[in-house]
Write a protein that binds this ligand. Structure first.
Ligand code: MEV
Length: 310
């Protein structure tokens, strides 16, 4: 039997804009998905057919990398699905790691990240490598247009190239507020592309989000969490103008405002989750719960990315 494991992620700045090549910043979190795989007489996942829609990332990972006979998978995830926390990327990365371990191929994070991006692209359509690379890397991840210090790997697609870098983030308290509304990423990404193609104001919003990511990096470097929080709020408003907001996201962002440096939607939006930066995590969690959301306290993970063993 082989085992693969990978973390979920939180995008701190730059979702959607990163698909257009703008910079973005994410961190892996201490919630993980584990995938067990072993040879079997038929294809199964959690005792059921692998054909079920919820296993499409597992199926695509198998289709791209596995040349052996049928397998039985068991999937255990601590990451809520459709919640903006990278559950699809984590199951993809963990499956690829389990398949590598089973085939006695070394689990190299950069190689797994590239395969996982190809899987995500196949299943979801237009995407950037931020989710899959953050899950494979396991710590802070900065996406840039060009190669700088702390470079990890690059990923190319349709004449666009993303340069992935390790990002050192300070210790901080992040509280996630899940709306309980799940929204598929693919259609939201397609909707933003449509809007950007038609509306110069949307194209300008995408560029401004990229600028905000740069300012946030400087604010993190200066340990100025107040400035980081204000930039999160600006990023949230710009995502609203790109049409990926939801009244429940705004409600949760408003509810945590009195006890947080700042908050914004995280991930594809349209539902999913917000992330709040705060030094009062219990009060922030209580505010989210009182507003009808589900609160989680998460720690940015450090260097505990994809793993796989036989
Ligand atoms: C989703 O977690 C992040 C998006 O930017 C899509 C992507 O980068 O592939 C919305």
């Amino acid at each position: 039997m082989a085992w693969g494991s990978a973390p979920g992620k939180l995008i701190l700045f730059g979702e959607h804009a990163v698909v257009f090549g703008e910079p973005a910043l994410a961190t892996a979190i201490d919630l993980r998905t584990e995938v067990y795989a072993r040879p079997h007489e038929e294809w199964l996942a959690d005792g059921a057919s692998l054909e079920a829609p919820k296993y499409r990332y597992v199926r695509a990972a198998v289709g791209r990398t596995w040349t052996g006979g049928p397998l039985r998978f068991e999937i255990r995830s601590m990451i809520p699905s459709g919640g903006g926390l990278g559950s699809s990327a984590a199951v993809t990365v963990a499956t690829l790691a389990a398949l590598r371990a089973l085939g006695r191929v070394e689990v190299v994070p950069g190689d797994v990240a590239k395969e996982a991006f190809a899987v995500e692209h196949e299943v979801q359509g237009r995407a950037s490598p931020i989710d899959t690379s953050t899950s494979a890397h396991g710590g802070g991840l900065l996406v840039l247009r060009e190669r700088r210090d702390q470079f990890l790997w690059s990923v190319e697609r349709d004449r666009r190239r993303w340069f992935l870098h390790d990002a050192t983030l300070p210790r901080m308290s992040l509280v996630v507020g899940n709306t309980g509304i799940s929204a598929a990423t693919g259609p939201l990404v397609a909707r933003v592309k449509d809007l950007v193609d038609r509306d110069p104001k949307a194209a300008a919003a995408v560029r401004e989000i990229g600028t905000i990511t740069g300012l946030a990096l400087a604010a993190f470097r200066d340990d100025d969490l107040g400035a980081v929080g204000a930039l999160m709020s600006r990023n949230h408003r710009l995502l609203q103008t790109l049409g990926v907001g939801h009244p429940m996201l705004d409600r949760l962002v408003g509810a945590v405002a009195p006890v947080a440096y700042g908050a914004k939607m995280t991930g594809a939006g349209g539902g999913g989750s917000i992330v709040a930066l705060t030094d009062r995590p219990n009060e922030a969690a209580a505010a989210i719960t009182a507003a009808g959301g589900r609160a989680f306290l998460v720690e940015p993970a450090r260097g505990h990315g994809v793993e796989g063993h036989e």
